[in-house]
Design a protein around this ligand. Structure first.
Ligand SMILES: [Zn+2]
Ligand SMILES: [Zn+2]
Length: 371
């Protein structure tokens, strides 16, 4: 079954010059993505489809760029894809979700437990309305959120901007709990995101009222350049192999590849993780019946006794299998393992790796749904 799919890797939740608070041309972002070895980037500019309207979707060498938008009211930000026209940010979160669906798109609740930081006024933008329906999923792990959670004072900033990896702790427990709870009722897709803006240091120092404290030589410095961000949280998606050109993509193939990427995301055929702890290429999680896979990650299958859940990991790690949010198996595996499914439920796999004396969250699969 896996042979029908090809696994592609990329980064989600990227702001370009079409966002009022970012500056980079799409060409700059695509070049950074190519240097980082990505297959795709998903742009999500604030309240605009400017990149799409300017004809910036498509292949940039080996990198596919697709343009969604981040619908950005003060809270309840929504990452929306598959749109041809802008969705207004007014009317409340359910109206935004409905408007995206009515236009044929789909979306993810952005940084749903955004902690923000007092250092950046207005940076706290969580999801506040959990009665909503009709969204595709959640941004389960957001690089900037994870980082900012640790950067609450200027002393924190001084430390963690020198050593950003030390601030990265994994998806917030509330986000994982919410994801698992929502998944009991139906498919809720989890993705990793960046919220990349590549803020210019000088502009931020001015904006935050820190005085003209940019040291000589740093006037043009950028906080988290795209190339650096693209080496952090990545999402890997299983796409229809026939729709993704293996070499030298022609301009005509971009539409089919974007559609295939969106189809993979909507089906939950994805994993996400933190690249500095190791490449998680090939991480697999699938239901197996009578020795044969009966689906891939994201699949819904009917539960029957004897059904097995199979994991394949690209490197030895400590895994945890969760059923409806409750751990049912845990232990170290080196390459692969199988566990009998104890009953119906939404099952996902977490991989953790030892790093400097502690186990760190590394990679997460979407759920397999046994109904
Ligand atoms: Zn946002
Ligand atoms: Zn954003």
């Amino acid at each position: 079954m896996g042979s029908l799919f090809r696994e592609v890797k990329g980064c989600i939740h990227i702001h370009s010059e079409y966002s009022p608070d970012a500056w980079a041309p799409v060409e700059h972002i695509a070049a950074a993505a190519a240097e980082a070895g990505l297959d795709f980037v998903l742009l999500t500019d604030h309240d605009t489809l400017g990149a799409l309207e300017a004809g910036k979707e498509g292949w940039y060498g080996p990198v596919l760029v697709a343009a969604g938008m981040e619908v950005t009211p003060p809270v309840n930000h929504y990452l929306a894809f598959g749109l041809r026209e802008v969705v207004p940010k007014t009317g409340g979160p359910q109206a935004v979700i409905d408007a995206v669906r009515a236009r044929g798109g789909f979306g993810f609740l952005a940084h749903p437990f955004s902690p923000g930081t007092p250092l950046v006024p207005g940076s706290r933008a969580p999801w506040t309305d959990w009665s909503v329906r009709g969204f595709c999923g959640l941004e389960v792990w957001t690089f900037m959120d994870d980082f900012m959670d640790q950067v609450q004072t200027l002393a924190d900033a001084a430390r963690y901007f020198q050593e950003p990896d030390a601030a990265i702790g994994g998806p917030f427990p509330q986000t994982l709990e919410t994801w698992d709870r929502l998944s009991r009722a139906g498919r809720v897709v989890g993705v990793g995101g960046l919220d990349a803006h590549a803020f210019r240091l000088a502009e931020q120092v001015g904006r935050l009222g820190l005085g003209h404290a940019v040291p000589p030589g740093y006037e043009a410095a950028v906080i988290f350049p795209y190339r650096q961000m693209f080496q952090t949280i990545r999402t890997r998606v299983l796409v229809d192999a026939g729709a993704w050109p293996s070499t030298d993509p022609g301009p005509g193939s971009a539409r089919a590849a974007i559609d295939a990427l969106y189809a993979g995301l909507r089906a939950g055929r994805c994993t996400f993780g933190y690249f500095p702890l190791g490449d998680f290429a090939g991480l697999a999680w699938e239901p197996v019946a009578e020795g044969e896979p009966c689906g891939v990650v994201g699949a819904e299958a009917s539960y029957r006794p004897g059904l097995v859940l199979r994991a394949r990991v690209p490197a030895p790690c400590h895994v945890r299998v969760l059923r409806d949010g409750n751990p049912v198996y845990e232990g170290r595996i080196s390459a692969g393992a199988e566990w009998p499914a104890p009953g119906p439920g939404a099952y996902r796999l977490e991989c953790h790796v030892p790093h400097e004396g502690r186990l760190r969250p590394w990679a997460f699969t979407n759920h397999v749904y046994l109904r």
